[in-house]
Design a protein around this ligand. Structure first.
Ligand code: PLP
Length: 392
């Protein structure tokens, strides 16, 4: 069967592919440790599950408004006001089936054929593909360790053309774990405003920052609020990846467009999941403090272990749950042509699954998720270290 060019040109998600390959090996009885996961390893808190169950028993089994129930919009609105001093009314909030789906819709709603979207690289795997699906042109702007993998105002300026419409900004960042400071956001905002750009700000890892604070670029000033679409959701913050609830906060006309799009494609996101998300935002916030502390400890533990692997370097991440070490020198010394080849061998021989940096636009690195217990992480890094030292 002849498929559309659109689908033929698509690169399927490599992170999901690695997770699937690791699961396949595990099903065949191999003791594989998966460090490819993009999700918290805890179950959703019981309180959320119970409240969602109650809602279902009371009839939350029907269609809802396409852009989400008023109760969830109200909870999101309160959260944005409390955490970012940003006011959004119900007609400035759009809820859909996970932040990934929200982003897909946002690009569909903003981008016309040929419009350019600036994406700082390394980048999360779906941005480029979603821009292409909207017939836009992803413009990758390469960053490196010298700026802690962050986009600078100079780099942004250099890459703006008369076709640039959107800047994609992800902080805390997947895969690098870097977090933009308020000053850095203000400096970027100046260039954004001068060039009349829209910012799509993916803040899905917002609650996972360690020793630093998360700031939204929409909070810089009123003008930035007007030109920013904030993307967030409960997947990472409340261990709710399977419930599929994400949202966008932004301009009324955009939200109206997104709502129209949803009305003709998916309709509302799952009704029980929307009630689960309401319960998540109503829950005592001490849960988030504990959650954050667990991941901070895991970050420190994994980072210290990683230092034992020879010829690798890594910037200490400040957020999310990924380490993004450079393995180029190490794999060169081991005789590999590419870090990708090393990653394949590592899975097959040492039974540790990591994601090659090439999936995120940086072929010298690998992404290691530390969303797992310290015990498992110790075993995984020991396996990597042994695999490496035996081949040096
Ligand atoms: N944005 C980033 C940077 C992510 O890493 C992910 C998930 O891995 C998402 C968005 C998607 O989140 P959701 O599960 O809400 O679709």
């Amino acid at each position: 069967m002849e498929l559309s060019q659109r689908v033929q040109n698509l690169t399927p998600s490599q992170t999901l592919a690695i997770t699937a390959k690791a699961a396949e090996l595990r099903a065949a009885g191999v003791d594989v440790i998966g460090l490819g996961a993009g999700e918290p390893d805890f179950n959703t808190p019981d309180e959320i599950i119970e409240k969602a169950f109650d809602a279902v028993k009371k009839g939350a089994t029907k269609y809802t408004p396409a852009a989400g129930i008023p109760e969830l919009k109200s909870a999101i609105s309160q959260k944005m006001l409390r955490d970012h001093q940003l006011e959004y009314g119900p007609d400035e909030i759009f809820v859909a089936s996970g932040a990934k789906h929200v982003l897909y819709n946002v690009f569909q709603a903003l981008i016309d054929s040929g419009d350019e979207v600036i994406i700082p690289s390394p980048y999360w795997v779906s941005y480029t593909e979603q821009v292409k699906l909207a017939e836009g042109t992803p413009v990758l702007v390469y960053t490196d360790e010298s700026t802690s993998f962050k986009l600078t105002p100079e780099l942004l300026k250099e890459n703006i053309t008369d076709k640039t419409k959107v800047l994609m900004l992800n902080s805390p960042n997947n895969p690098t774990g870097m977090v933009y400071s308020n000053e850095e956001l203000e400096a970027l905002a100046e260039v954004v405003a001068e060039n009349d750009l829209i910012v799509v700000a993916d803040e899905i890892y917002e609650v996972l920052v360690y020793g630093t604070e998360h700031h939204s670029i929409a909070s810089v000033n009123e003008d930035m609020k007007a030109r920013t679409v904030v993307i967030n959701g409960v997947s990472k913050s409340h261990s709710m990846t399977g419930w599929r609830i994400g949202y966008a906060c932004g301009d009324k006309a955009l939200i109206k467009g997104l709502t129209g799009l949803a009305s003709q494609s998916t309709s509302n996101p799952s009704t029980p999941s929307q009630w689960a998300a309401v319960a998540a935002y109503e829950m005592d916030r001490s849960f988030l403090t504990e959650f954050n502390e667990t991941f901070r400890q895991r970050r420190d533990h994994a980072y210290n272990l990683l230092e034992e692997i020879p010829y690798t370097t890594c910037i200490k991440p400040e957020g999310a749950f990924y380490l993004f070490p450079n393995f180029k020198e190490c794999t060169d010394k081991m005789g590999y042509d590419t870090v990708d080849d090393f990653v394949k061998d590592l899975l097959e021989n040492a039974h540790v699954a990591v994601v090659p940096g090439s999936a995120f636009g940086l072929a010298d690195n690998v992404r290691i998720s530390y969303s797992t217990s310290e015990e498992i992480m110790t075993e995984a890094i020991t396996r990597i270290k042994n695999f490496v030292t035996e081949r040096l």
